[in-house]
Ligand binder design. Structure first.
Ligand code: ZN
Length: 310
């Protein structure tokens, strides 16, 4: 049967979070410091439950274990991707993630973390930190030891609709005022590199300088821009990135869009608007999976989506 699997988001409080997950998306947030909406996740830190349909109430993690056919029997211990919406009221610390190999050895067999950001909202002169300006590992260490952060960190101006791929080893940080939709590997391994000297309950937060220096790519090489847009019936489909972990698309639907993805499964997040997906209403803030063998999907309405697959 053609049944999309809708998921209930899990809202996570963070010291740096705000209240826009409620004001923009209508989610029932636990407090005015809600930083993350885990929208499509089977990570132990937040395993989403199915909303309605044949699998109502089951977690995505249980579905992955008990019904591998829904995911094209791709194998693997865990559902490999995680889709989040982040609301940063404050600056996030400068961080870096390991790759699969480093995480496997040093983080109890965890996955590494490749992630990417689609900018949903930001202030007028907003910027983001991606990469650094050190030419060698020795220069990186020296600039860190001497606290030359302004010189070291690479700042980039951002606008709504911008997209950034963050490969393992890339220093990065979201700055205050920014909301992003993040598609990432299902992993929570983060090394905090620098926290602006801030205090939390009177103490600086733990930094992971040795691990950070060990995994940071030097010199930094920006990920090439891949954006490519095609018209598919009533939709404008932009492929934002293809990497070994995922492919991500931004889709603007204005009419009827049909597509047979022919993928093990597809993640769909509705960022704006409303419409009808094979007879079921979908609207801003919904997140769903199209399982394996779904066949041709028919989506009509006016919507902005981010879709991803392996
Ligand atoms: Zn990150």
């Amino acid at each position: 049967m053609k049944e999309p699997i809708f998921l209930e988001p899990i809202l996570q409080e963070k010291l740096w979070g705000g209240d826009r997950l409620r004001s923009r998306f209508g989610y029932d947030i636990p407090s005015g410091h809600t930083g993350e909406c885990w929208a499509i996740s089977a990570h132990p830190g937040g395993d989403c439950r199915v909303r309605g349909g044949e699998y109502a109430g089951k977690t995505l993690g249980a579905l992955w274990r008990e019904h591998p056919e829904l995911f094209g029997n791709t194998g693997g211990e865990v559902f490999p991707l995680l889709v989040k919406i982040i609301d940063a009221r404050e600056d996030l610390s400068i961080q870096v993630h390991p790759d699969d190999e480093y995480a496997r050895v040093h983080e109890n067999g965890s996955l590494g973390k490749t992630e990417c950001w689609y900018i949903l909202e930001c202030g007028e002169d907003a910027e983001i930190i991606i990469g650094h300006n050190a030419e060698s590992p020795a220069a990186l260490r020296e600039m860190v030891e001497e606290g030359r952060w302004n010189e070291l960190l690479r700042r980039i101006p951002i606008h709504r609709g911008d997209f950034f791929q963050i490969d393992p080893g890339c220093l990065h940080a979201i700055k205050s005022g920014t909301m992003v939709l993040e598609t990432q590997q299902s992993s929570d391994v983060t090394y905090r590199f620098y926290d602006y000297g801030r205090l939390e309950n009177g103490r600086p937060r733990t930094l992971h300088l040795q691990q950070s220096l060990a995994v940071t790519q030097v010199p930094f090489r920006p990920h090439p821009v891949e954006r490519e847009t095609v018209r598919e019936g009533g939709a404008q489909v932009t492929r934002l990135v293809t990497c070994p972990c995922y492919t991500v698309y931004r889709v603007e639907v204005d009419g009827l869009w049909t597509r047979d993805w022919a993928k093990p499964f597809v993640n769909v997040s509705v960022l704006d608007g409303e419409g009808v997906l094979d007879g079921q209403p979908v609207k801003k803030g919904d997140h769903l999976l199209l399982p394996a063998g779904y066949g041709e999907m028919a989506l009509s309405g006016r919507l902005e989506l981010i879709c991803s697959h392996l």
